[in-house]
Design a binder for this molecule. Structure first.
Ligand SMILES: [Zn+2]
Ligand SMILES: [Zn+2]
Ligand SMILES: [Zn+2]
Length: 239
């Protein structure tokens, strides 16, 4: 067990004793299991890990103990978009932010001192005294990006994505109609909404266009890579 985890365990034990809470040994077993992973775990995942270790606690007890971890400052509950609540360690004096893959749900932690300093500077430019923040960047992890076809139908893109039109699968009539809307091979567009049922709303040259699903399946696009590759940036620490 890592040194900081040993001291957290001791502190938690002291706090439980001080407050006269029951089931000390069971709660410590849950803490040990929670500290044994650096993943951001859901209640379900933690329950499964405990079962694998031979413990038979009921879900309410585990949930109640997780609640205690949060209350005493040993865990933080995270509610990422479209995911079950997750819990992660809370280590004193350590802060990090998150990349969340909207395809596979993977969560990647990062910490960048320059970004942290910039956030404080921006806040102070607004005369705002910043106390804390959470930075969550949603997108696609390297693996999910790699699995994508070089060109995919517009219908399969995600809102917020910036893409370039590669080619059209439709006939001349469709292409002519799209061209009259300003959409040609090479056009750069931003996906505003694409919920998989209704029309796909995109922005092209500052104008919103509504494309039916049939049409959106016939427009092949490729992702526009932007910015520096944070993961490989020397100044950026990846956990
Ligand atoms: Zn931060
Ligand atoms: Zn992914
Ligand atoms: Zn985290």
């Amino acid at each position: 067990m890592a040194e900081n985890h040993i001291s957290e365990r001791r502190q938690f034990e002291d706090l439980l004793k001080r407050d006269g809470l029951e089931d000390l040994e069971s709660r410590l077993a849950i803490l040990d299991t929670f500290l044994s992973t650096e993943e951001h775990v859901t209640l379900k995942e933690l329950s499964r890990m405990l079962k694998e270790r031979g413990f038979k606690f009921d879900k309410e007890f585990i949930a109640d103990t997780l609640q205690l971890f949060c209350q005493y400052g040993f865990a933080v509950k995270k509610e990422f978009q479209n995911q079950e609540a997750r819990y992660e360690h809370r280590h004193i004096g350590k802060h990090h932010d998150h990349f969340i893959c909207t395809m596979c749900g993977q969560i990647i932690e990062f910490y960048d001192p320059q970004l942290e300093a910039l956030q404080l500077k921006i806040a102070s430019n607004f005369g705002f005294h910043s106390l804390q923040h959470r930075m969550e960047i949603y997108g696609m992890c390297q693996k999910c990006m790699g699995k994508r076809e070089p060109a995919l139908p517009l219908a399969m893109t995600s809102p917020g994505e910036r893409v370039k039109v590669v080619r059209f699968l439709g006939g001349h009539t469709m292409q002519a109609r799209l061209a009259s809307m300003g959409l040609n091979a090479g056009s750069e567009i931003e996906v505003l909404s694409n919920d998989g049922t209704g029309p796909c709303i995109v922005v092209s040259k500052g104008t919103r266009l509504a494309l039916g699903r049939g049409v959106a399946h016939k427009i092949l696009v490729s992702s526009i890579k932007h910015g520096t590759d944070m993961g490989r940036d020397r100044r950026t620490k990846r956990f």
